[in-house]
Write a protein that binds this ligand. Structure first.
Ligand code: CU
Ligand code: ZN
Length: 219
């Protein structure tokens, strides 16, 4: 093998490695997005007959921000705030921050009605379930549109959850996706992700209504 040939080979190899790296990066990003909500998407695509909405250039519908102020229910001292921000095509980033929560694991869900007026928050109705699915674990098999992962709270009583949910919108006319005027509820106990209809998570100890928030003026 002469020197020229060796250089050519080395260069070829480097190009191969570089291009491999690039393509594997792209795949990683794509697949992580896809796996999260693949099953949910199948459900919503079937029910979505309004093509004008799907054809919107950005895929974003309605507003881009919503908030819920969580107040105590069932005699708890839970308080907190949840913000919802549109983060892409039918994707919403939710950031929940609560305090005064007993240490342990707690079920969190969106419930059907934006009504936290009852002292036990029963006014919020059942889990938000526009596609008539069984209760389950978001991202695995079948689950309610309102199902979310459990919240873990330490001895200080503070809990925080950050999640990007595929299949939700903030506002918009598709009621199978629009989270506006639903309630976000925190429960006394952990959601077991399988008991019907609500994961056996006990009393409702915190509740907040999801309301659209006006756009912040662009700077
Ligand atoms: Cu619930
Ligand atoms: Zn559920």
């Amino acid at each position: 093998m002469n020197k020229k040939h060796l250089y050519a080979c080395t260069f070829g190899l480097l190009t191969l490695i570089t291009s491999c790296n690039n393509s594997s990066k792209t795949t990683e990003t794509d697949s992580s997005v896809d796996t999260v909500m693949a099953s949910n998407d199948t459900v919503t695509v079937v029910g979505n007959e309004d093509s004008t909405l799907s054809d919107s250039p950005t895929g974003m519908r309605g507003g881009s921000r919503a908030v819920a102020t969580i107040a105590s229910a069932s005699g708890s001292s839970v308080m907190g705030t949840v913000t919802f921000t549109a983060s892409g095509d039918n994707k919403v980033k939710m950031v929940l921050s609560v305090n005064g929560v007993p240490a342990g694991t707690h079920g969190v869900h969106l419930h059907q009605k934006g009504d936290c007026s009852a002292t036990d928050a029963s006014s919020a109705g059942p889990h938000w379930n526009p596609n008539s699915q069984p209760h389950g674990k978001r991202g695995t098999g079948q689950f309610h549109q309102g199902d979310l992962p459990n919240l873990t709270v330490g001895q200080d009583g503070n809990g925080r959850m950050e999640i990007e949910v595929e299949g939700w919108t903030i506002g918009g006319s598709d009621t199978t996706r629009n989270i506006e005027n639903r309630a976000i509820v925190i429960h006394e106990k952990a959601d077991d992700y399988k008991s019907q209809p609500a994961g056996d998570s006990g009393k409702r100890i915190g509740c907040g209504v999801i309301a659209l928030q006006a756009e912040e003026p662009k700077k």
